[in-house]
Design a protein around this ligand. Structure first.
Ligand SMILES: Cc1ncc(C[n+]2csc(CCOP(=O)(O)OP(=O)(O)O)c2C)c(N)n1
Ligand SMILES: [Mg+2]
Length: 354
């Protein structure tokens, strides 16, 4: 009996996908070369956010702020480095619930933000929104959103608006590492790249969502890669260095303003406080937090550079005093302002009168 022929090895029916080498990418950003005056300005802005947030924490402890309150302490360099590069009045900003700092950088007076946190009529949302729901079209600040990831889709819509109107604006849409696993984020990425929308997706990777670390929750921990399958390039940035952030902002703005579509910036940062005021933060050790404060605090880091550039102790003390004064004034204003009238319960619900 003739032997059955041995079948030749079958050709593979599939191949592993090659690395996406054909995605166009921007040049690696360089650290921003700031003048001493520019560095002083960044320092003041970061300090304002830090002192503002510390005061908000105190007022929360005193029962003057109700509801949720998420502080930005530790992450200041991210918003300052990015928003210092924006054109106020032309570009738009949208973020989640950790929003106080972003608002201050949109030139919204600290008084109006603090009055909102304490639920006063003078607040930027008439005291009806509180910490997570602030908004000011006039300042290009589109919230303030409590639904994790919502700001990514809404920000993509804002970018669509910029392109549709041809106003030259770019939308800065901030979201967290936890939010980066949300489904709507990917639907938004797809549309943004398809339509080459002018949006910078800023992932503020502070290593934790509500209490879960990136390592435990993200199959791909390098979040700058999140857009690869949509052909969106990403850059990983030291989010504790305001000049590194500003350098990345320059690159990303040039990219989006040139009509090349969306870009992702993963900001490696850290929050010192709990997720919100009611979080005992048992998922990490005090030593871990202290080590970051000691090694990479964004404000202390810039202070050292300023001193090396000739800033005197008196100058630094004067800045500290000035900032404390602004924050104290904001807190006094908030505490002394009246609460909204009861009739306000029925306003701002529908766009028109029906
Ligand atoms: C759709 C939705 N799911 C869950 C929550 C509850 N929640 C609020 S914040 C949060 C964690 C988000 O973490 P991250 O995106 O890393 O932002 P961070 O708080 O670190 O700034 C979760 C799960 C929510 N608000 N909305
Ligand atoms: Mg986070």
């Amino acid at each position: 009996m003739a032997k059955a022929a041995v079948p030749a090895k079958a050709a593979p029916v599939s191949v592993t996908s090659p690395a996406l080498a054909d995605i166009e990418r921007p040049a690696a950003p360089v650290r921003f070369k700031a003048s001493q005056d520019e560095m002083l300005e960044f320092y003041k802005q970061m300090l304002l956010i830090r002192r503002f947030e510390e005061k908000a924490g105190q007022l929360y402890g005193l029962g003057l702020i109700g509801g949720f309150c998420h502080l930005y302490i530790g992450q200041e360099a991210v918003a300052v480095g990015l928003q210092s590069a924006l054109s106020i009045g032309k570009d738009s900003v949208i973020t989640g619930y950790r929003d106080h700092g972003h608002m201050l950088l949109c030139n919204i007076p600290p008084k109006l933000v603090m009055a909102e946190l304490t639920g006063r009529a003078a607040g930027i949302s008439k005291g009806k929104g509180g910490s997570m729901h602030m908004f000011s079209v006039e300042h290009g600040f589109y919230g303030g959103h409590g639904i994790v990831g919502a700001q990514v889709s809404l920000g993509t819509g804002l970018a669509f608006g910029h392109k549709y109107k041809g106003d030259g604006g770019v939308c800065l849409a901030y979201f967290g590492d936890g939010a980066s696993n949300q489904g709507q984020v990917f639907e938004s990425f797809n549309m943004a790249e398809l339509w080459k929308l002018p949006v910078i997706y800023v992932i503020e990777n502070n290593n934790y969502a509500m209490g879960t670390s990136v390592a435990r929750s993200s199959a791909e921990a390098k979040l700058s890669r999140r857009g690869e399958s949509f052909r969106i390039p990403g850059i990983e940035v030291d989010g504790m260095d305001v000049l590194a952030v500003r350098g990345a902002a320059e690159e990303a703005l040039e990219w989006t303003r040139a009509g090349k579509g969306p870009i992702i910036l993963e900001m490696k940062t850290y929050r010192y406080r709990g997720h919100s005021m009611s979080d005992p933060a048992k998922y990490r050790s005090r030593d871990e937090v202290q080590a970051v404060r000691d090694k990479s605090d964004p404000i202390e880091g810039l202070k050292k550079e300023l001193e090396a550039g000739g800033a005197t102790e008196e100058q630094m003390k004067a800045i500290d005093k000035e900032i404390r004064g602004i924050v104290a004034e904001a807190a006094d204003f908030a505490e002394q302002s009246p609460e909204p009238e009861l009739g306000e319960l029925y306003t701002d619900i529908l766009v028109g009168n029906y």
